[in-house]
Design a protein around this ligand. Structure first.
Ligand SMILES: [Zn+2]
Length: 266
């Protein structure tokens, strides 16, 4: 599933391509409908110009002026592909057609991805927490105070931190030397500091490498990311820890496969 670095990569690629372009219409196809139930009518998109593209957690946000925003969540297998003239990709669920003939194609094999047209601040409307790239220690301390949640579960909770998913939660915890099952409210000040630094470091590094293509993630030109080659613990069950050689363990936590080193992470 695309997480913060993958969505950030798509945003940075798409921004110069679609900013300033005017939408002629949006065609959608297939079931379930790609526009979710809470959306305003997609017909409102006609004639709107994209002013800015940005990321809110794992959502792409297209600002359309007058406080109107188109949000896109790629979920498991969604891809957003920009095409100057190309035909629609396979598994197309929506095509944003611009007045100059260019298109933005939303393709999605498993069809969990969603689009939504909304008014107001997308961060508030979508109920998203703090962006981990702007998180600081004081804010993190506030967020975890007296919480008995496991640290991995906390990292995945989009209402508290928006953008972290399974891959980068595993990587950050490995680099911080913290067990995924530790209670987040019981972390020491030193552990919390290491967690914050590791999280930001791994997210920034993954952005520099254009994200991880573990499953179906592709950038706006259909190319894979490069960070999957640098993952230290995710997907390495049974393989030796790169630090101490102990086999990496896989457990299920927050319904997701969770990878950690039983020696390096306490
Ligand atoms: Zn180890």
């Amino acid at each position: 599933m695309p997480e913060l670095p993958e969505v950030e990569t798509i945003v940075r690629d798409l921004s110069p391509l679609v900013s300033g372009r005017t939408i002629a219409r949006v065609r959608t196809t297939g079931k379930p409908p790609v526009f979710d139930r809470s959306t305003l009518s997609p017909r409102l998109l006609a004639g709107k110009t994209i002013e800015r593209v940005w990321r809110a957690g794992k959502f792409l946000v297209f600002d359309l002026g007058a406080d109107l925003h188109l949000t896109v969540h790629l979920r498991m297998t969604g891809n957003l592909l920009f095409a100057r003239a190309a035909r629609a990709a396979e598994r197309t669920r929506a095509v944003v057609e611009f007045t100059d003939g260019a298109r933005l194609v939303f393709a999605d094999v498993r069809k969990f991805g969603r689009m939504r047209l909304l008014r107001g601040d997308p961060v508030q409307v979508l109920g998203l927490g703090v962006d981990p790239l702007v998180l600081d220690d004081a804010r993190l301390r506030e967020l975890v105070r007296a919480k008995t949640t496991r640290v991995k579960t906390f990292l995945l909770d989009q209402r508290r931190l928006a953008g972290v998913g399974n891959i980068y939660a595993c990587e950050a915890l490995y680099q911080a030397g913290i067990r995924p099952g530790a209670r987040v409210g019981k972390l020491t000040r030193a552990q919390r500091g290491r967690l914050l630094r590791s999280l930001q470091r791994v997210l920034r590094k993954a952005i520099r490498h254009r994200g991880s293509s573990v499953d179906d993630y592709r950038d706006a030109e259909g190319k894979e990311g490069e960070f999957q080659k640098q993952l230290l613990v995710y997907g390495r069950a049974g393989l030796p820890c790169r630090r101490c050689g102990t086999p990496i363990r896989r457990v299920v936590l927050a319904q997701r496969g969770t990878f950690y080193c039983p020696v390096c992470q306490r």
